[in-house]
Design a binder for this molecule. Structure first.
Ligand code: FES
Length: 102
């Protein structure tokens, strides 16, 4: 298990997402109303980068075919077919730095 520095809290205002790459993983970090969440960035449908999609509340919408995901849990909310859920990760804020535990 490792701890990745995702950025500063000032880099990630509420309603925004950012992408962190570390050790071959791509992880989406989201600020949902002042709370930080992290899950895999790669859509399990055809591999779009979810951080390039849109976010409303805790719902992240895939930019390619519109699947929706809960950034709090990594679970699929809706799509035309069942997709594998995404891994989600614990986020820790220390002072003004955001870390993801992988
Ligand atoms: S790649 Fe995300 S819904 Fe198709």
């Amino acid at each position: 298990m490792g701890k990745i520095l995702a950025g500063k809290t000032s880099d990630l205002p509420p309603g925004k997402m950012l992408l962190v790459e570390s050790g071959g993983k791509t992880i989406l970090v989201a600020n949902e109303n002042g709370n930080y969440f992290a899950m895999d960035d790669t859509c399990t449908h055809q591999g779009a980068s979810l951080s390039e999609g849109t976010m409303e509340g805790s719902t992240v919408t895939c930019p390619w075919h519109g699947s929706t995901w809960d950034c709090k849990t990594g679970k699929l909310i809706a799509f035309a077919s069942q997709l594998k859920d995404l891994a989600s990760y614990k986020v820790i804020v220390e002072s003004d730095s955001i870390y993801v535990e992988t």
